[in-house]
Design a protein around this ligand. Sequence first.
Ligand SMILES: Cc1ncc(COP(=O)(O)O)c(C=O)c1O
Length: 389
Amino acid sequence: MSRVYLDHAATTPPDPRILAAMWEVYTRHWGNPSSIYLEGQEARHVLDEARAMCARLLGALPREIVFTSGGTESDNAAIRGVALAQRARGRGTHIITTRVEHHAVLHTVEQLQGEGFTATFLPVDRDGVVDLGALEEATGPDTALVSIMAANNEVGTLQPVAEAARIARARNPQVVVHTDAVQAAGAMDIAPDALGVDLLSISAHKLHGPRGVGLLYVRSRTPFQAIMFGGGQEKERRAGTENVAGAAGLAAAMKLAWDEMPARIEHTGQLRNRLLYELPERIPGTVITGPSDPDRRLPNNFSCCFRNVEGESVLLGLDLADIAASSGSACTTGSMEPSHVLTAMGIDPDLAHASLRLTVGKDTTDAEIDRLLSTLPGIVSRLRALAGA
Ligand SMILES: Cc1ncc(COP(=O)(O)O)c(C=O)c1O
């Protein structure tokens, strides 16, 4: 039986059209873009084209795009790069973020706390939406940076980023605003001007592109300093010989995602809604996590907790039935700690242990959702019987 892949928030299968674009670069334009001879100049041209494409899709300027090794590096660079530059200008040492960010953001902020910065981790409501009143209260003259994700990777909650940016700037006009748009990219308008942000992170492998490639958008004149040192690549903002094929892959991935966005939203939304409405009917004791209003969460995200079962056992049962799913964040799978996102949302830790995230993709079919819906109830009831529940 063929496998059913329902973990597109973890990573996405590479699209052959993107692989073809990258293969062309690997085989024909493999020079170092810093070299002055023909091979180098050809590679430089490919890199420039990729940058121009990414910039155009974001409504940005090419010089505002910094290619990175993925979402994690983009988040690290945004937070460290801005925090250190703001402090050097005497513009404060206070960072505001939320309790439900990806660890790439949370652990970077925690690291900076050990280097003399202070931090506020904003609370969220039961749906995972950030408390804007708490943001307003926390923002002060010492606040250097606000980082709020556009959409959550575990429960799909969309955050009011534009409103948050307005609130923070009204309190302190020198505040710099970053958003982690790794999950939101391709699912909604993430143009930095629309979101009102100064920095924005994207990762290619969530868009059917290559692993280990991403970008950081940095608005012109934003205080920012490099966190990697070496050559002067990326206008001194990110040292290291450029991943030209990767950048071409990211540009191709974004172009396809942007071109196909309405169709992908429609398709994934329709499949996800089947999960949202049919799964609780088939499995008593299902608690939906994240907003129950489909318009307030990512179109491809379904997440829930089951009463009286262990989440890992559900995942193993699904895997044996040839269905790939996740308990939430790929990074916390295998750890005994309940997810920090579910805990921040006020979900009881016992219930949070039995979490399941199903994320569909552009190539997921109705038949695959049928298979999930007919397989999962049996797995959950067998586990409940074993546990004597
Ligand atoms: C919201 C969010 N931010 C950052 C990352 C990290 O991106 P990458 O895997 O490209 O390092 C992820 C990946 O799961 C994510 O979901």
